[in-house]
Write a protein that binds this ligand. Structure first.
Ligand SMILES: N[C@@H](CCC(=O)N[C@@H](CS)C(=O)NCC(=O)O)C(=O)O
Length: 238
């Protein structure tokens, strides 16, 4: 294994271990949103992780609009819609509700789409924030800053669940490149896994589909390389 890959996997695994299996198991949904939710976030932001864990636990499929620092594309939308640059920011076109604050987002998602109460690892605020900060600390420079990119015409699609270290590596690249994507959460015991395997033929994540090029692929390292080679307008900063 290359050293860079070894460091990648080790630090991403440490980040996952800081929030062990949180968001990796399915919690009963009460309904599925008719129109996809929208989440404005960036990967390294610990509060964004809390919101993503809730979406993952409920096996909900938001469109992710990456808002890394220095990003020119979606940060402005948040500022004009909500009044300030603060992430995460959730938009629910079904109810017309939009909100800042990860704690409010978690409560909203479980109230609206779950069985009411969020699980303890999302409700215990001091615990959630401190361990999520610890997770981010293992990969402080990934999924943080925007790099130059060109935008695809059609939305990319990523099958993932929050606590997988390999999915994190794929999400970081999408974030750095400011590529919006349809996230498909397939946590363990999710009713959506069967449909996923019908498409991919294997229960393995991350899995990327790019309708712009027809590419469908597994393997976080390959996904990151593919995304940079296809969409970056500058070489990746190592
Ligand atoms: N209490 C908020 C805190 C959110 C927050 O501080 N987010 C930071 C990123 S971790 C932010 O938006 N900073 C402004 C920026 O990145 O421009 C929550 O839980 O959602």
């Amino acid at each position: 294994m290359r050293l860079a890959r070894f460091i990648d996997v080790t630090t991403a695994t440490a980040a996952s271990a800081a929030r062990p299996n949180f968001g990796n198991f399915y919690y009963e949904r009460s309904k599925v949103p008719e129109q996809p939710l929208e989440l404005y976030e960036f990967e390294v932001c610990p509060y964004c992780r809390i919101a993503r864990e809730a979406l993952s636990a409920l096996s909900l499929d938001p469109i992710i609009y990456p808002c890394p620092r220095g990003g020119k594309l979606f940060r402005e939308k948040v500022k004009s819609a909500g009044g300030r640059y603060q992430f995460p920011y959730l938009v629910d076109p079904n109810s017309g509700v939009s909100m800042y604050e990860s704690a409010d987002i978690v409560a909203y998602l479980f109230r609206e789409y779950g069985e009411g109460r969020a699980p303890w690892f999302l409700r215990q605020r001091a615990f959630a924030v401190s361990t999520s900060m610890l997770a981010s600390g293992f990969r402080p420079n990934r999924g943080r800053r925007a790099v130059g990119s060109r935008q695809p015409e059609k939305l990319l699609e990523l099958y993932s669940y929050e606590g997988s270290p390999f999915c994190r590596i794929a999400r970081e690249a999408l974030c750095e490149l400011e590529l919006p994507y349809q996230l498909r959460n397939v946590p363990r015991r999710s009713p959506d896994r069967e449909g996923f395997v019908a498409i991919s033929s294997e229960m393995k994540v991350p899995y990327l589909l790019d309708p712009n090029t027809g590419v469908q692929m597994f393997e976080s390292d390959d996904i990151r390389r593919y995304l940079y080679e296809t969409y970056a307008t500058k070489p990746p900063g190592k």
